[in-house]
Design a protein around this ligand. Sequence first.
Ligand code: AHZ
Length: 322
Amino acid sequence: VNVKAIGKNDNANVERDETRGLSKALLDLMPTLGTDAFTFSPIRESTVSRAMTRRYFSDLDAHAETDIVIVGAGSCGLSCAYVLSTLRPDLRITIIEAGVAPGGGAWLGGQLFSAMVMRKPADLFVKELNIPYEDEGDYIVIKHAALFTSTVLSKVLQKPNVKLFNATTVEDLITRKHHAESSASSDDGEAADESKVRIAGVVTNWTLVSMHHDDQSCMDPNTINAPVVISTTGHDGPFGAFSVKRLVSMKQLERLNGMRGLDMQSAEDAIVNNTREIVPGLIVGGMELSEIDGANRMGPTFGAMALSGVKAAHEAIRVFDL
Ligand code: AHZ
C-alpha cells in the first residue's frame, strides 16, 4: 500500500533557549499575548470544517480496504499497534475504538490509584517506549498509568501507516466460507466445512449510533475489509469480549469458559501464552482471551497486556504473510 506521510515534523529546526528550556519563538510570543500586537492568523469557518471532514472521509475511503484491523485501543491493542506499525511500515493498520478516549482501562493503575505495575520481562516494552520507571526487582512501577497510555498512544498516532477511528464501535464481523487448504491455521488440506468461517473484516458504526439501535430503526452500519483482525476488547462487560461472544453466537466457538477469579501469578503467563488466532483471520489478545480459555484475571498488573499485544502483532504478521 501507499501510505502517505502524516505531516511535516520540523522540530529539528526549532531554535531552543537552552537555559529556559522552551523554543525561542514561543518565548518571544509570550509577552505579546493579550496585547494589541497579538492576533491569530486569519481563518474562515468553512476552512476548519473542510480541514477535518476532507481528511476523515479520505481516511474512511483509504481504510475501507485495510491490511490489519485492531478492535479496541486498550493497553493490549495499543501495544500491539505500536509493534505492528513499527515492524511493518508497509501495512495499513486501522484501529477501531468504541470510546471517545482511547486507552481502555489503562488510565489508572488499579482502584483509582495512579501508579502502574508491570512484572518483568514487560519492562523491555516500557524501555522500548523510553518511559521512565522505578525498578523494584521483579517488577517495575511507572509513576502514573496515564504516562504509559499517553506515550504509547502518541507514538502509535504518529505512525503514518496507522489510523485510529475512535467513538466507533465494531458491531459485527465480516465472514467468508472457510476453505481449510487456504487457511492460516491449517495445512492438512482437509475439505471445506460449510459451517466454518474465516474472518474477513469488521462491521462498524459510530458508537453514538450503535447505542440507539433500540430506539431508532434501520441505522445500517459501515464495513472495513481486512484479511487479519485482532480483537482486544477486554473482558466481558457492557462492551467487552465483543468478538469472542459473536463467535459463540455464530457457532464458531462452542462456548466461552468465562474469566476465572483473580490469580496474578498464573493469569499473566496464561494471557500471553494463549494469545493466538482463534478462528482463521481473527487473533484475540488481552483480557478478551480470558473469556475463551477460562483464564484467571490478574487485576492491576499490566505486563501481560503489553506482551500479549507484542505476541498478537507477531502472530498477525505470520498470518498476513501466509
Ligand atoms: O472501549 C473498549 C476499550 O477501550 C474497546 N472496545 C470494546 N468493545 C469494542 C467494540 N468496538 C470497538 N465492539 C471496543 N472497541 O476495547 C478496549 C478494551 O480495553 P481494556 O483496557 O478493557 O482491555 P485490555 O485487554 O487491553 O486490558 C485489560 C486490562 C485489565 S482488566 C484486569 C482485570 O479485570 O483483572 N486487569 C487488567 C490489566
